[in-house]
Write a protein of this length. Structure first.
Length: 95
């Protein structure tokens, strides 16, 4: 059981690292482009970087959902589905 938790923790760590790296690159690129004046491309980079940061918790919950299916932990799966549903509902409601 400890191996499974360690594996999931490793996956979540890699997802977070990748997401933060992508977001950081996008945000820095957008910031550098804004130094040269108001540019619609800079805005796209900045908004995409923020979007990646906002999406990271949802990606983590989705990874957890896949892990719960794989482990056949039905009670935790139900809780994860509920959390994912709440996240999706709030994203839809925000737009």
């Amino acid at each position: 059981m400890a191996e499974v938790k360690d594996h999931l923790a490793g996956v979540l760590r890699r997802i977070a690292r990748l997401g933060l790296t992508i977001s950081g690159v996008l945000l820095v690129t957008g910031l550098v482009l804004t130094w040269f004046g108001p540019d619609p491309v800079a805005r796209v980079f900045l908004l995409t970087g923020i979007g990646v940061l906002i999406a990271l918790p949802g990606v983590n919950v989705a990874a957890e959902l896949i892990e719960e299916i794989r482990r056949r932990e039905w009670l935790y799966l139900l809780a994860t589905v509920a959390v994912l549903g709440i996240l999706i509902f709030n994203v839809i409601r925000a737009f």
